[in-house]
Design a binder for this molecule. Structure first.
Ligand code: BES
Ligand code: MN
Ligand code: ZN
Length: 515
């Protein structure tokens, strides 16, 4: 899909040739002499059109207009949010048609259109995306190009470019999220990462079972051991700043299918557990956007990826595994596997002496209960990081909500047979999962995004959303504005978040059986 930005006045846009012209009409739309304004005026006066977000009125081959179709769409108060609804409705209505080239005009909106321009690009990309990969007769999308018409292109150029980059990242995250588990195995995900490494600034390293065993990732390996599919540990790197600059590390949960393992899930809706790699997909998507936008910072992406399957060799409840940190974990429920693969990736992250580590995971059903599909769960013991992520989410219309990490929540994770158990009671399930992860993230500022409710939609519109690529890119672009500490100068002890200090220090030894 092609996006273009152009300065076009209200009068000029009427003379621009295209298959469809979408005009966003706010409640307070200007009454002017140009043809389109006059049409809007009539339609409003006759009561044939209401400027409420998403309301449509279409006209065909209107004399005086160069477009074949004119689509008036209500844009409500003209805010970014209502513009998003408007563009979703308008392009949704055009989706099945023959329309190839659309102009979306923001010329009737008042004031600064930076927010609406971003919202329009993202909504257009979202509306046009169609899953094709496993259809025997793919229907290529007719709609090829969207031109955004604004009063002053220069004033919105930066927001426009940013949102085009984000849209490409979101599309990649949606695509990999949507692919069925047999078409998105750990090996295929690693292939997607290798494709990204062809882009400017990106490189990748893919580790297999042998290398992962050598690193001592006993917890990650334990989850993978019940599957015929080999695990992969993907290490992506984007270099946009000096080598010595401490990177931001993103860690994405890459369970390509979560049956629950021996603690098997009920059959109903189990298909949706193909989306259990949406954290990983959001990391891939974010790197896609980085390649597009080339910000001046360093970013590392870590993706532990495997299936969670029941099998004769599978991990069992009561098994005790030894994580890369040296901490032993009693597996009381094999369905709490996300934290078991993430904890080893969090330990691996230490070697980059990161300025911050953010993990992204479809981690708990409890987070869906707590926050639904509107906001992702945000957990962090670092005030600055929490605020930056939360502000980025609001700015990108990809919001999250801060959740608590009081030490009291870790009570239920105590084990009689290991350093920690992998589950606590039913209460506050998303928080206890985060408390588990926090034990492995004591060496750097850390945040955890639980995207179980936001990464995909169920029901008739079943499909990945590409969230939280928007949030992550917004956050990273913000970080590119603030100088990073040099890796060598990163003061380890000071960086450790307070609460995490209470967690037992990580003894790097193997557990041996007592004599
Ligand atoms: N991938 C699931 C979390 C999930 C469940 C996301 C439903 C979205 C919808 C995760 O691996 C899981 O199974 N978590 C368990 C944890 C429990 C066993 C402590 C859960 O949430 O039920
Ligand atoms: Mn699970
Ligand atoms: Zn899972």
């Amino acid at each position: 899909m092609d996006f273009e930005l152009k300065t076009l006045s209200r009068a000029r846009v009427a003379a621009e040739k295209c298959d469809a012209l979408v005009v966003l009409v706010p409640e307070q739309s200007p009454t002017e002499a140009d043809l389109i304004s006059a049409l809007i005026g009539h339609a409003l006066k006759q009561g044939d059109f209401e400027p409420k977000p998403g309301r449509l009125l279409q006209a065909y081959r209107t004399p005086g207009l160069a477009t074949s179709r004119l689509v008036l769409v209500g844009a409500g108060d003209g805010s970014a949010k209502q513009v998003r609804s408007a563009v979703t409705a308008a392009l949704g209505a055009l989706k099945g048609s023959n329309v190839r080239r659309v102009i979306v005009s923001l010329g009737w909106l008042a004031g600064d259109v930076n927010g609406p321009a971003s919202a329009a690009v993202l909504a257009a990309a979202d509306a046009v995306y169609t899953y094709q990969f496993t259809k025997s007769k793919p229907v290529p999308a007719k709609l090829q190009a969207v031109l955004l018409a604004v009063p002053d292109a220069q004033a919105v150029r930066a927001s426009f470019d940013k949102s085009v980059g984000v849209a490409r990242g979101v599309a990649l995250a949606k695509e990999w999220g949507n692919r069925p588990a047999n078409h998105a195995t750990p090996t295929l995900l690693a292939g997607a990462a290798k494709e990204l490494a062809k882009l400017r600034g990106i490189s990748v390293q893919v580790l297999g079972p042998k290398e992962v065993a050598k690193l001592g990732m006993g917890s990650f390996m334990a989850v993978a051991q019940g599957s015929e599919e080999q695990l992969r540990f993907i290490v992506l790197s984007y270099k946009g700043a000096a080598r010595g600059q401490a990177p931001v590390v993103l860690v994405g949960k890459g369970i390509t299918f979560d049956t629950g393992g021996i603690s098997i899930k009920p059959a109903g809706e189990m298909d949706e557990m193909k989306f259990d790699m949406c954290g990983a997909a959001s990391v891939l998507g974010t790197f896609r956007a980085l390649a597009e936008l080339q910000p001046a910072l360093n970013v590392v992406g870590l993706i532990p990826s495997c299936e969670n399957m029941p099998d004769g060799r599978a991990l069992k409840p009561s098994d005790v595994v030894t994580s890369m940190s040296g901490q032993t974990i009693e597996v009381l429920n094999t369905d709490a596997e996300g934290r078991l693969i993430l904890c080893d990736a969090l330990t691996y992250a230490e070697r980059f002496k990161p300025r911050a580590v953010v993990d992204i995971a479809t981690l708990t059903g409890a987070c869906v209960i707590a926050l639904g599909a509107v906001r992702s769960g945000l957990f962090s013991s670092d005030e600055g990081l929490a605020q930056a992520l939360s502000a980025a989410g609001d700015a990108a219309m990809d919001p999250c909500w801060r959740m608590p990490l009081d030490e009291d929540y870790a009570e239920g994770l105590k084990s009689n047979f290991a350093d920690v158990a992998n589950i606590a009671g039913r209460a506050a399930g998303s928080v206890t999962a985060a408390k588990f992860l926090q034990r492995f993230a004591g060496q750097y500022p850390w945040a955890h995004l639980d995207i179980a409710g936001t990464a995909w939609k169920s029901g008739a519109a079943k499909g990945a959303t590409g969230r939280p690529v928007g949030l992550l890119v917004e956050y990273l672009l913000g970080q590119a504005q603030t100088p990073a500490p040099l890796v060598s100068a990163a003061p380890k002890a000071e960086k450790a978040p307070k609460a995490a200090k209470k967690a037992p220090s990580a003894p790097r030894k193997r557990v041996t059986r007592p004599a």
